[in-house]
Ligand binder design. Structure first.
Ligand code: GLA
Length: 385
């Protein structure tokens, strides 16, 4: 779809700039970002596209061809509308709370990131709006600041107490690299990620993520509860990152059973993510795949965030020729899986999976081969053609 022509039909004339903002797939390091752990996402080719032109009034007017819906709000009245434009309002609201300049604009927004499926469709939209405000007002912000502002938008306005991974992945990923992010200090390392004979397949289970945000917030609370209890023995621990699996094992029996399982996942997953990165850097993809499998098992048995569909998809995947590992990605409770597989087997894998999945669940899965793409960027601008 050519957004510029949609723009000119809708608003007349041409947009003054356009930008792209990708979704992300997390390869490993799940539910650890809000525990100061390490995560390893890549940006994917599914993305939010936005083209924009400044307005003379204080309104933001957005048209979505996907929903065939035009919505707007005034920068002087950021009341939630319980609609997709809330993500833009969320960013505007944080911008204003931080004393940053906003500006009215009109634009066309489109996205092929599957919605609410664990590929960060919301972070992708938030970062797109943030870049639009920066471009419109000539302000500059570091990538970490943009991510932190967008995370605040999600936490405060949308009401999901999410960590920093998604927004950082969307803004800071680089093509052909996975992003090793230390969520404690936002230090990042670009880990080369070009798979020659292998590739990643992302499968959308098409299962709705009901109650996902309340279950997500509950997991966070259980982590805080576990940390507070463990601080009795480890008073210097500022977060679960500071407690090793061995240290945890010494006292795991003294925690309430459910909290103990949640913490076991977190401390194990933080260690596992670093082991997986070491395997990747050593070129040991088989080991990397095993770490993906272990991560899924831990999310299923200890953290309790998988679903019947995600377990079916990953179990099924592991039995197929050429598969090195398979796991859910993102918050869970539905959404997507990611599978590491020999490249020449991927097409057939997706087709057979769709058939077997439909027989088992009556749902229509979708699948994509994904490479590591670049993070969000302004594509064209009249000031900077
Ligand atoms: C969601 C959140 C992230 C992260 C993941 C789980 O995507 O937005 O901050 O916590 O879940 O790893």
């Amino acid at each position: 779809m050519n957004l510029n022509s949609v723009f000119s039909e809708r608003f007349g004339g041409a947009p003054s700039f356009s930008l792209r903002s990708p979704g992300r797939v997390n390869l490993i390091g799940e539910h650890v970002d809000y525990n100061d752990g390490f995560v390893l996402p890549i940006a994917v080719s599914m993305q939010t596209d936005l083209c924009v032109r400044a307005r003379d009034d204080n309104r933001v007017v957005l048209y979505s061809p996907l929903f065939d819906s035009q919505l707007e709000f005034s920068l002087d009245d950021l009341t939630k509308q319980n609609a997709w434009i809330d993500y833009a309002q969320a960013v505007a609201s944080v911008w204003q709370n931080e004393g940053l300049e906003t500006r009215g604009f009109e634009g066309v927004v489109s996205s092929d990131v599957p919605l609410a499926s664990g590929l960060s469709s919301s972070a992708s939209f938030e970062v797109a709006v943030a870049l639009a405000f920066l471009q419109l007002t000539g302000q500059q912000k570091s990538r970490a600041d943009i991510a932190l502002l967008c995370q605040r938008a999600e936490n405060q306005f949308i009401g999901v107490n999410s960590g920093i991974m998604d927004q950082m992945a969307v803004i800071a990923c680089q093509k052909d690299h996975a992003l090793l992010l230390d969520c404690r200090d936002l230090n990042l390392r670009q880990v080369p990620f070009v798979l020659k004979d292998h590739c990643l397949v992302v499968i959308d289970s098409a299962a709705p993520r009901e109650l996902a945000s309340s279950a997500y917030n509950e997991r966070r609370m259980q982590c805080e509860q576990g940390l507070a209890l463990l601080q009795k023995w480890y008073p210097e621990a500022k977060s679960l990152r500071d407690i090793s699996p061995d240290q945890f094992a010494l006292h795991s029996k003294e925690l309430p059973e459910v909290v103990g399982r949640r913490i076991a996942h977190v401390v194990g997953e933080i260690a596992r993510t670093l082991e997986a990165v070491a395997a990747l850097e050593a070129g040991d993809l088989a080991k990397f795949g095993r770490k993906m499998n272990e991560s899924h098992a831990s999310l299923r048995d200890l953290y309790g965030v998988t679903s019947m569909e995600l377990d079916f998809l990953t179990d099924w995947a592991r039995k197929q020729p050429g598969v090195l590992g398979s796991r859910m990605t993102g918050a869970g409770f539905g959404g997507c899986t990611v599978t590491l597989i020999e490249r020449d087997k991927a097409g057939d894998f997706i087709e057979r999976l769709k058939r077997d999945y439909e027989v088992a669940t009556n749902r229509h899965a979708r699948g994509w081969v994904c490479e590591a793409e670049a993070g969000a960027e302004i594509l064209s601008s009249e000031n900077n053609p």
